[in-house]
Design a binder for this molecule. Structure first.
Ligand code: GDP
Length: 481
């Protein structure tokens, strides 16, 4: 991977589509476009309807025929003078973004062509033949944008998140990050740290000179305050990370209570095998739900019981493992057994549970209390939802509760939450460096920890240059040397 290369790739999705977009970036992008147009470059940043031609044998040189963008009013099949019908690869819109005012900061060309496989083949083959161009590697356009200072690392990550966003809340979070909200927070903190590091470095370097007394001491309360802010930011219940990856909910309960039936209702399709014999769901099956914009992945599991066969035993083991790692447990019980609760299921009930008593249609209505049922002791009572997978009675209320639980865990918190384990790790490193700083220690040790803390923050946005700590000293302290 070389930054000076000119790269190209399909920017739109794979598969047959009406329109496909090919993006080219690098120093040869303009020459490649001229070769394909067999003419001059179109006006910068203006969509221009044009024909794309098989490049002349001479390759990258300016085209001899002088055929420009197809704005002459020639209809399809009108013939291309000097090129012949066969020379036309496709027609579409071309865009020319001369650097640095482009996504990558380099010269960029976008070709909006017909989306058929053969059109794509023909145009990409022509691009590869036209000169020193090569197919881009994964993420290479965004990487160049980052390297050319068009965005920080959190914004590059936001592009990936935006492309992968499945629900409205995920889209909003990624968009906020792309707009720079997260990067701005980390850069703000880093900038404060660099300033503090500058003060301490100055106190070391100019110890014998007339710097104000106790200058470095003034740094400590500021370090503590910044540490507290970072610590509060970290204690967000992993909201941003969970929204990014989606909450996980797992359906648990004794065999044959209707777990798979409820799961299928949630999935809106026959995703899990529903059977009248106990113990049919031996593996874990998942469905992704969009609950009022919040992503929840629900997993169906094998029934919780002492397994009869080895395969099922493995299923039960996986169910328990899932229960431990899930954000929400959906516990299903059989209405005919109520209020007797299976001890294995009862042992799982806590504040992260949605309890559904299923098959309410099979219970004599006279024995079904109208008021809300609760389970658990006085302190940690959990509401129980009476439902029927068969008649779908009670399901809307139970789903509403599930959405409310998702909202409690993911809903709008403070702005710009941290969204990746990478950010968390770097912030934890920063915080531990800050917490090591102590007025009782040698000033050089404190200076080193400040540097490490600033570097931790710099790792998040991709600004890792410690040299600028030094330049800050001279810029801000007016030492006059
Ligand atoms: P699982 O083992 O807990 O996953 O249970 P299944 O979903 O496989 O259901 C077991 C049996 O109960 C099947 O025959 C279902 O058709 C039946 N069943 C599930 N939910 C209901 C319900 O709400 N009412 C009635 N009458 N039968 C149900």
């Amino acid at each position: 991977m070389t930054a000076g290369d000119t790269i190209f790739a399909l920017a739109s999705g794979a598969g047959v589509a009406g329109i496909a977009v090919i993006r080219v970036s690098g120093p040869h992008a303009g020459a490649a476009l001229r070769a394909l147009l067999r003419g001059p470059l179109p006006v910068a940043r203006v969509a221009t309807h044009a024909r794309l031609y098989l490049p002349a044998a001479s390759g990258m040189g300016p085209a001899a025929s002088g055929m420009g963008p197809a704005t002459s009013g020639m209809g399809p099949g009108g013939g291309a003078r000097g090129a012949g019908e066969d020379g036309v690869l496709d027609e579409g819109l071309v865009l020319w973004f001369p650097g640095p005012h482009s996504f990558t900061g380099e010269d960029v060309v976008e070709l909006h062509i017909h989306g058929g496989r053969a059109c794509l083949e023909a145009v990409t083959r022509a691009l590869a033949a036209v000169g020193p161009l090569r197919p881009a590697e994964a993420g290479e356009f965004s990487r160049r944008a980052f390297e050319n200072g068009k965005m920080d690392l959190t914004q590059a990550e936001a592009i990936a998140d935006l492309v992968g966003a499945e629900t409205e809340a995920q889209r909003r979070q990624a968009m906020g990050q792309l707009m720079g909200a997260l990067g701005a927070r980390y850069d703000g903190w880093r900038s404060r740290l660099v300033g503090l590091a500058g003060e301490v470095e100055a106190a070391i370097d100019f110890a014998d000179e007339d710097l104000p007394q106790g200058l470095a001491e003034g740094v400590f309360p500021k370090v503590t305050a910044l540490g507290d802010e970072i610590s509060a930011h970290l204690a967000d219940g992993h909201r941003g990370e969970r929204l990014r990856s989606g909450l996980t909910a797992v359906i648990l309960g004794p065999p044959n209570v209707g777990k798979s039936s409820l799961f299928n209702l949630l999935a809106g399709r026959e995703a899990a095998i529903v059977a009248a014999t106990a113990g049919t769901t031996r593996d874990v099956i998942e469905v992704h739900l969009d609950l009022h914009g919040l992503p929840v992945t629900v997993a169906d599991t094998a029934g919780l019981r002492g397994a009869l066969e080895a395969v099922e035993e493995e299923g039960v083991r996986r169910a328990r493992a899932r229960a431990e790692s899930a954000d929400i447990k959906i516990i299903v019980l059989d209405a005919r057994d109520w209020p007797d609760v299976d001890p294995a299921a009862a042992s799982l009930i806590d504040g992260d549970c949605l309890v559904m008593v299923n098959k309410i249609d099979l219970r004599d209505p006279r024995h079904t209390p109208a008021e809300t049922l609760y389970i658990g002791d006085g302190k940690s009572k959990t509401a129980v939802y009476c439902v029927s997978a068969k008649t779908e009675a009670g399901l809307p209320d139970a789903l509403e509760r599930l959405a409310a639980m998702a909202r409690e865990r993911l809903g709008p918190g403070r702005s710009a939450p941290l969204t990746r384990a990478r950010h968390r790790q770097a912030l934890e490193d920063t915080l531990s460096a800050l917490r090591r700083i102590d007025p009782g220690k040698a000033i050089e040790l404190n200076a080193e920890d400040l540097r490490l803390a600033a570097r931790g923050l710099g790792r998040i946005t991709g600004r890792v240059d410690v040299e600028d700590i030094l330049s800050r000293i001279f810029a801000e302290f007016c030492i006059g040397k």
